[in-house]
Design a protein around this ligand. Structure first.
Ligand SMILES: Cc1cc2nc3c(=O)[nH]c(=O)nc-3n(C[C@H](O)[C@H](O)[C@H](O)COP(=O)(O)O)c2cc1C
Length: 190
């Protein structure tokens, strides 16, 4: 038991947000991606609604996702300010990743308030993040300002809410300590 506490402490405290510029060209096997998703499925869920939903982009489909971000740049940029370099850069983070997963919550307004479903999906994402860490895979949760448009692009229906993207890739980022203030500042014992 002591060993597993140590393992849990290690993976939680060593988990970091690792961003696409540090990703290297190395494929994440589908079995590992499935394992990461399997652990998402063990997140706590009030009334067992299991609200987490995921759309996986890997290989060719990453190009479509990158295209969405580039086209979005074109849509919001006046033609006279358009830059091909910026158009390409808009999709770069996606193309540097080996796998990107769109995160959504299936809402059940008759059963639960939205915040409980969002909290449950966040627990599922943390499970993914920790599992990726244990596999030596860099990852982070990205929450761009265009979640509604991203959801439309991904075909997310009206019973769901898009909550962002989970970027993944093997990486060469140096180990970095967590930047946190002490827990004592945030806890009151009554
Ligand atoms: C819900 C959520 C959304 C986030 N969205 C972004 C984002 O859009 N861009 C970003 O750079 N980091 C994002 N992050 C990652 C945080 O920036 C990161 O967790 C924080 O800097 C602490 O670093 P650490 O994860 O390495 O401990 C997000 C994290 C969470 C939990």
């Amino acid at each position: 038991m002591q060993n597993s506490v140590e393992a849990v402490n290690n993976v939680i405290r060593n988990r970091r947000s690792i961003f696409p510029p540090s990703y290297i060209e190395k494929e994440i096997p589908n079995e590992i991606i499935n394992d990461i998703l399997e652990n998402a499925n063990y997140a706590p869920t009030h009334k067992l609604t299991e609200p987490w939903r995921f759309i996986v982009f890997k290989g060719e489909s990453l190009k479509r996702l990158a295209g969405f971000f580039s086209e979005r740049y074109r849509t919001v940029t006046p033609p006279e300010s358009f830059s091909q370099a910026r158009y390409d850069a808009a999709g770069e983070k996606v193309l540097k990743s080996n796998c990107v997963i769109i995160i959504a919550a299936e809402l059940h307004p008759d059963k639960l308030p939205e915040w409980e479903e969002t909290a449950s999906v966040a627990c599922a994402v943390q499970n993914m993040w920790l599992t990726a860490t244990a596999y030596g895979i860099g990852s982070y949760w990205s929450s761009p300002a265009i979640l509604t448009q991203l959801g439309e692009f991904a075909g997310i229906d009206s019973t769901q809410k898009c909550l962002g993207l989970f970027f993944m890739g093997y990486h060469d980022a140096p180990e970095a300590p967590a930047r946190r203030t002490p827990i004592e500042n945030k806890v009151t014992w009554a």
